[in-house]
Structures are given as structure tokens and as C-alpha cells.
Design a protein around this ligand. Structure first.
Ligand code: PLP
Length: 454
């Protein structure tokens, strides 16, 4: 019998996060204070984030950051996650490629997001913080943080993008089950939300707006900090447990990936699977290709512009050097809610600029077609976000079929889609559509960032 799953015992849960900043040939450009335009210091972030996260955010020195024992203990309820050889998918495609996936859907929250949520909740508790606020798009991050805060005895308030609040009522229930308080965003409970609703009472929200609301609550409430589920450097770093495990598991399988693929919202699960392997490209001359799969309707890496922009719609965050569609970008209401963010993480943007990674854009219908094939072959119904990674993997596997090359492809299955069956319904009923963004529309939104770089 051929070995399908490559498993590691709990004792192999990584002891350190990998901080790629320390080995990047070109360090990320500094975050800028929005008013003074001066480079940010960790202290500037302390009012918003936990101290440890703020320090990690700007740490360009230490390649390895110890994972607290309490966090490893919580990881033990679902890590190490399985690495799986997708034989059935390979067979269905008739490809000579070897396809592996790292299954992050097995976490209590159903996605990779818990890897950072547990770390952030722990650091908050250590610092004496009693409340965390956050935003959530598809509800995955909110679910993860709700669970993580429960584990460490912290109260959690979640602003959920209104379109997802309506599309994904069960994600809301999951957060409630784990004990969080949920508000649809934009809401009238913050100035940021009020401003947006006054301009357009029918606004259905965006991650950018929900972020503004959560930050506003955090800075105006004592003992309350803000936690972000993607984009930021410390979040991307927490996710490297994925790739560090995968590295050992690929070794068990006797292979090394030629191509590593993940879907891309702000970049955290991509960072998680990619950075540990990318360090060998940077340090040891390996030639692995890294492919980020983003939605066609939110194409920051393929059609965005590298420049300073705000991380949120209301312009409350520092200025970040990143590939962006402009902080005023209004993404279409695709079902992959976690991929509807206007920018790419700062580290990822620099790596993209320096040619260490590539990006492809995937049409919504193609992503679901790929997801359905994966479900029928491998037996896991993927999250709509993860479907993008699968679609990109299938494209590469079919190229191998043409050339006859048996490449080794590793992709990250960022989450399962059990709470997204409404999206699958829409695909099967023929209601689903693709969303195209014209160059003119993109240019109009990107101008909101251009204006900050004058
Ligand atoms: C949030 C989410 C994503 C996108 O976020 P990244 O930070 O880019 O990883 C992808 N997949 C799932 C399942 C998610 O919940």
C-alpha cells in the first residue's frame, strides 16, 4: 500500500516561529506614521497591539522566535496537522506531478487562523489585557480568535463584514458558541462605521472598514487591544508552524517541493507554508517556485501597485509599503470572503517585488470547479478561499501533464468549507457569477493610495 498521510507526533510541534525578515536580502521598507511620515517604532504600536506582537512586527534581527509552552500546549489539540499525498486528485487529472497538501482544516476553528489567534491571545493574557477586538470577513478569523480568547480567559468583540454576516450566519453562531460578541460592520457604534453609513446607508462592508471599527474600539477602551488575523508581519510569522512541519513531513515522504502554492488574502497562510521553504531559496540556492493564488476580483498582487497605503478604509493605520488596490477598493461580494482585502502584507510585497514569489488570479467559477473536484477525489470540502489554491495547483499539474514532468507540488489547504455550503449551493444552482474589474475602475481605486505617495 502506498503511504498517503505523513504524520508527526505532538513532540514535533515547532518550538520556534521563523521570522523571514531576518534573512531577507532587502528588508521591508519602514511603516510610516500617518501624520509625521516618520518610520514607526514598536512603541508607536503599543496603544493598538499587545507589546510582544508589536515587537515581533518590527523585528528584522531574530530569525527564530521561541513559541511559548502554553501556546504549544494549545497547538497540541490539532497539531501537527497531516501532510497528505493527493493520489486520487493526481489520478483524476492524469498528471505525472506529485501533489501534496498540508491540511490546516483540522483545527477546532476549521482553518489555519487559529495558529496566530492562540499566540495573540496568549501574549494579551501575559500582558494583563482583558479584552481583544477584531474584524472578520468570512468569519474564519473571528471564529479562531473567539476560541483562542476563551482558552486564555479574555473577552472578545468581533466586527463582522456585513455581507458575510448575512451570507454566513453559521460562522456567526460558531463565534457565539465560543463566547464572542459580534457586531455587523459598518455599524453605528463607532465613528468610522457611522461615517461610512452616513455616506451610503446600504454599504455592505469590507475588511478595511471592519478593521477601522475594531481599532477605534481598542484605542478608546481601557485594557483592550486589537488583534489582526492576516497581513501583519507577526501574524505571517505565527503561521510558519505550517511550513516548518511540512518541511519535516516532505522529508518523511522523501521529496522536496518544486512548487509551493497557497491562496492569498492578506498573505498569512501563504507565508505559513512558503517562508520555511523560501529560506532555502534565499540561503541555500534552492529553486522552488512560490505561487500566490488570489481572486480575479481582488487582484492586488497581479494588478495592484507597490506603494504606501493605509491598511484600513478609514485611514487609521500606519502607512504600509505594499502591493495595494487602494484603501478605498470595493471588492465584489465573492464567496471567498477571506480574500477580499485590498493589500498584501508588507513582507510579502517586498518578496514579490524582489522576485521571490509569483501570483496568479483565479475566477470565482474556476475556483469552485476545482474545489468540487478536490472534494470528490480527496474527500474534503475545501473553504472557498482554499479552492483558489487548488485551482492554481490543478493548472500547474496539468502543465506537467503536457510536458511529462513529474514535479512535486505542495499546496496549503487553509480551511474546510462545511460552513460555506451556501456558496456551493450558489455554484450548483447556476446563480454564481464571475466578477471582472476593469483597468479604469482599478486605476480609480489605486488613486486613493497614489494620493498618499505624492
Ligand atoms: C482568512 C482565510 C484565508 C486568507 O487569509 P490569508 O491571511 O491570506 O491566509 C484563506 N483561507 C482561509 C480558510 C481563511 O480563513
Amino acid at each position: 500500500m502506498k503511504q498517503k498521510k505523513f504524520l508527526l507526533p505532538e513532540s514535533e510541534i515547532p518550538t520556534h516561529y521563523f521570522n523571514i525578515q531576518a534573512v531577507m536580502p532587502n528588508k521591508p521598507m519602514p511603516f510610516l506614521h500617518p501624520a509625521t511620515r516618520q518610520p514607526l517604532k514598536p512603541e508607536d504600536l503599543y496603544p493598538i497591539f499587545c507589546k510582544e506582537c508589536a515587537d515581533q512586527e518590527l523585528n528584522q534581527k531574530d530569525a527564530w522566535i521561541p513559541i511559548p509552552e502554553e501556546v504549544r500546549q494549545q497547538y497540541a489539540s490539532y497539531r501537527c496537522t497531516p501532510l497528505v499525498r493527493a493520489y486520487e486528485l493526481e489520478k483524476a487529472l492524469g498528471t505525472p506531478a506529485h501533489i501534496y497538501f498540508k491540511n490546516e482544516s483540522v483545527s477546532p476553528a476549521g482553518s489555519h487562523k487559529l495558529n496566530s489567534a492562540l499566540a495573540q491571545a496568549y501574549y494579551a493574557k501575559e500582558q494583563g489585557v482583558t479584552n481583544l477586538t477584531t474584524e472578520t470577513g468570512a468569519g474564519q478569523w473571528g471564529g479562531a480568535l473567539s476560541y483562542a480568547t476563551k482558552k486564555f480567559g479574555i473577552d472578545c468583540a468581533v466586527y463582522m463584514v456585513k455581507v458575510s454576516y448575512e451570507q454566513k450566519p453559521y460562522r456567526r453562531s460558531i463565534m457565539q458558541t465560543f463566547g464572542a460578541a459580534i457586531t455587523p460592520s459598518p455599524s453605528m457604534s463607532t465613528r468610522a462605521g457611522k461615517d461610512i453609513l452616513t455616506r451610503n446607508p446600504n454599504d455592505r462592508g469590507s475588511l478595511g472598514c471592519a478593521i477601522s471599527e475594531a481599532i477605534e474600539l481598542a484605542v478608546s477602551t481601557p485594557n483592550c487591544k486589537y488583534a489582526l488575523g492576516s497581513v501583519l508581519n507577526h501574524v505571517c510569522m505565527h503561521q510558519t508552524v505550517i511550513g516548518l512541519e511540512a518541511e519535516k513531513q516532505m522529508e518523511l515522504a522523501g521529496e522536496y517541493p518544486d512548487i509551493v502554492i497557497a491562496c492569498f488574502g492578506g498573505g498569512s497562510n501563504f507565508s505559513g507554508i512558503a517562508f520555511p521553504f523560501m529560506r532555502h531559496n534565499i540561503l541555500d540556492g534552492k529553486k522552488t517556485r512560490f505561487i500566490a493564488a488570489e481572486p480575479y476580483s481582488c487582484p492586488k498582487l497581479t494588478r495592484g501597485k507597490f506603494e504606501y497605503d493605509f491598511g484600513d478604509e478609514a485611514g487609521m493605520t500606519p502607512l504600509l509599503p505594499m502591493f495595494t488596490l487602494g484603501h478605498s477598493f470595493k471588492p465584489a461580494s465573492i464567496h471567498a470572503g477571506g480574500l477580499r482585502y485590498h493589500g498584501a502584507g508588507v513582507i510579502l510585497s517586498q518578496l514579490m517585488k524582489d522576485g521571490y514569489m509569483e501570483a496568479v488570479d483565479i475566477e470565482q467559477m474556476d475556483s469552485f470547479k476545482a474545489g468540487v473536484l478536490f472534494a470528490q477525489t480527496e474527500g474534503i470540502i475545501p473553504a472557498p478561499e482554499s479552492c483558489h489554491a487548488i485551482a492554481a495547483t490543478i493548472t500547474e499539474a496539468l502543465k506537467c501533464k503536457e510536458t511529462g514532468e513529474a514535479k512535486t507540488i505542495l499546496f496549503n489547504l487553509s480551511g474546510h468549507g462545511f460552513v460555506d455550503m451556501g456558496a456551493y449551493d450558489s455554484y450548483f444552482s447556476g446563480e454564481m457569477q464571475n466578477y471582472h474589474v476593469s483597468d479604469e475602475d482599478l486605476a480609480r481605486f489605486i488613486k486613493s493610495a497614489d494620493d498618499l505617495n505624492k
